[in-house]
Design a protein around this ligand. Structure first.
Ligand code: FES
Length: 584
């Protein structure tokens, strides 16, 4: 039964909520705001001053990892209604890794702008961010941080383990392996095609500790999800239950006025860096965490990742650094079990969306399988975090993930084999006459933020076919690109400044000796300074495709380098939730 229509909204429970400025008005625009919304069947009481919760949905058929989000959102709504809120679901740009060209990273900042303006421009008091595929987590969180309304993240969960020929197989990680096996003639095309169906067999995102899983663990460690939300498999009913609880909790957060700026402190970021090392998280974590820190005004630099993370032990035995998959991780205890193991290294007093501290949320969290989640006393490896490299080839830094690399290549010197562009690489990598051997260092230029543009995941470039056939499975590879979080190999990534803006990487020529020394954090191009000066004077910037107009023009004018998170310079910081003028 609807409430008495003559009743005014001066009985509002929370007239101070920002949504009241839309739905609480008793004038022409109040009529307009309420009337048109009623065409969806909402009763009058939905406009009585109860918290209005935006459900920011990154569902898309073009983003298979998030394709189950429409039904998942219904469970969030149940929770919101139960707690006395008014849920309103809205779509935002969805970035699917699998189909989008030239790379979703080109659009991360655009998606964050969509999220920021969609939240600020609408009558919302709090927001649930539904995230899954890689970029959908940082883009939505970056946007929400710039508005700073009460916000909670609901990760969508990983796919069930892939199963092929009696073995578990992991998204991404086994694609690279199968692809190399096929090219080396060790796998038939029929087997290759069968494996496709066996790999992706349920709702959810990549089930290795790739970027999506890393991002889910990142937001849980940052305190932005309910406890244990990161690891629940997408098809598991507990994922839907968590969606329900998330919907209920955001209503309480609005009542408590608990905002991201209170949760995302420097301590929360330090926790995230340490935990990322312990889980063997993706290298993409670096650019995304830097960008999120930039939105909330936390001072974070590339060196923090080395200083805080590089000496952390690897505890989680998941591909690509280990053997297992996210489903196993959940059954073993998930992220709370890791946090419990790392208590001595974490800021346990960091506030979370639960309203309690990270330490209180995870105190006593059990581990059910020590094969999957190791103890701090007996880790998988002693020092697992990302290493930040410096040297004349990367004045502003580069990164490498030692846990996914070959120990024998951690100190290596070899001659460069240079590819000027990704097209050049594709054209020549399998040329039988390519002058390359297992000691060569593969160098790929013009794949950074401005060069590609968009800094794609091509840093884990496949090895030359002729070396694969000889049994070579890893080589040192250097680029200004990123690599997929599911990938492995001795890949030096995120070289800054990138080659397209004239970084030293642009000056490397075939045969130049390059020295990689991971223990000493050094990456050196062994060419005399005078010769480098001569090459620098002769260097001209490469052309950038499709750069004359539109979004790519804006991207090129404003994107920062990888060591700064590759956000736009004008998006740093936040503008809060105020909108100075109304729409009439
Ligand atoms: Fe979406 Fe891997 S492709 S998470």
């Amino acid at each position: 039964m609807d409430q008495d229509p003559t009743r005014t909204n001066d009985t509002d429970r929370s007239p101070t909520l920002r949504s009241h400025d839309w739905f609480g008005r008793l004038d022409k625009m109040g009529f307009v705001h309420r009337s048109w919304m009623k065409n969806q069947g909402h009763p009058d009481r939905m406009f009585d001053g109860r918290p209005v919760i935006g459900i920011c949905n990154t569902w898309s058929d073009l983003t298979p990892c998030n394709a189950h989000f429409r039904s998942l959102a219904e469970h969030v709504k149940r929770g919101v209604y139960e707690a006395g809120g008014f849920p309103l679901e809205f779509p935002v740009m969805s970035l699917g890794e699998i189909l989008m060209r030239p790379t979703t990273m080109l659009y991360r900042n655009l998606a964050s702008m969509d999220v920021e303006e969609s939240i600020r421009g609408n009558p919302l008091d709090g927001v649930v961010l539904m995230t899954g595929c890689d970029k959908t987590t940082p883009s939505t969180l970056m946007g929400a941080c710039s508005v700073d309304l009460p916000t909670i993240v609901l990760p969508g969960g990983a796919m069930l383990n892939g199963k092929f020929q009696g073995e578990d197989i992991g998204s991404g990680t086994d694609v690279w392996k199968f692809s190399d096996e096929l090219r080396a003639g060790c796998m038939s095309l029929a087997e290759f095609r069968t494996a496709e169906s066996c790999m992706s067999r349920s709702d959810g995102h990549c089930m290795t500790m790739g970027t999506a899983s890393t991002m889910a663990c990142m937001v849980e460690t940052l305190g932005m999800t309910l406890t244990g939300a990161a690891a629940i498999p997408a098809p598991d009913s507990r994922r839907r239950r968590t969606a329900h609880e998330t919907g209920s909790r955001i209503v309480e957060m609005v009542e408590e006025d608990l905002r991201p700026s209170q949760i995302l402190t420097r301590h929360a970021f330090e926790n995230a860096i340490r935990v990322n090392a312990a889980i063997g998280g993706s290298t993409n974590f670096v650019v995304h965490l830097l960008a999120i820190a930039g939105r909330v005004g936390v001072d974070l630099s590339l060196d923090d990742f080395d200083e805080l993370g590089s000496r952390m032990p690897l505890l989680v035995n998941l591909m690509p650094s280990g053997e297992y998959l996210m489903e196993d991780f959940y059954y073993a205890g998930g992220l709370p079990a890791v946090l419990e193991e790392l208590r001595d290294d974490l800021h346990l007093d960091a506030l979370t969306v639960t309203g309690r501290s990270l330490g209180a949320n995870t105190d006593g969290a059990p581990c059910h399988d020590r094969e999957v989640i190791k103890s701090a006393d007996e880790p998988l490896s002693e020092e697992a975090g990302l290493t930040v490299l410096r040297g004349n080839l990367c004045e502003d830094g580069a990164i490498i993930k030692p846990s996914a690399a070959s120990p024998e290549l951690m100190q290596h010197r070899g001659p460069a084999v240079v590819f000027e562009t990704i097209e050049d690489y594709h054209e020549r990598i399998d040329d039988p006459d390519l002058d390359v051997d297992k000691d060569s260092v593969l160098v790929l230029k013009n794949v950074g933020p401005k060069g590609y543009p968009g800094m794609p995941e091509v840093g884990n470039m496949s090895l030359p076919q002729k070396l694969l056939k000889e049994g070579v499975r890893d080589m040192v590879r250097i680029s200004d690109a990123r690599m997929s979080g599911t990938a492995f190999g001795t890949n030096v990534l995120h070289v800054a400044p990138e080659s397209a803006v004239g970084g030293t990487l642009a000056l490397v020529e075939d045969g130049d000796p390059i020295a990689l020394d991971v223990p000493n954090r050094r990456l050196h191009l062994d060419v005399p300074e005078g010769e480098l000066a001569r090459r620098r004077a002769a260097w001209t910037p490469p052309p950038t495709p499709h750069s004359e107009r539109g979004y790519i023009r804006m991207y090129l004018d404003h994107v920062m380098q990888a060591n700064e998170g590759a956000d736009f310079d004008f998006l740093l910081g936040r503008s809060d939730s105020t909108v100075e003028r109304t729409n009439h």
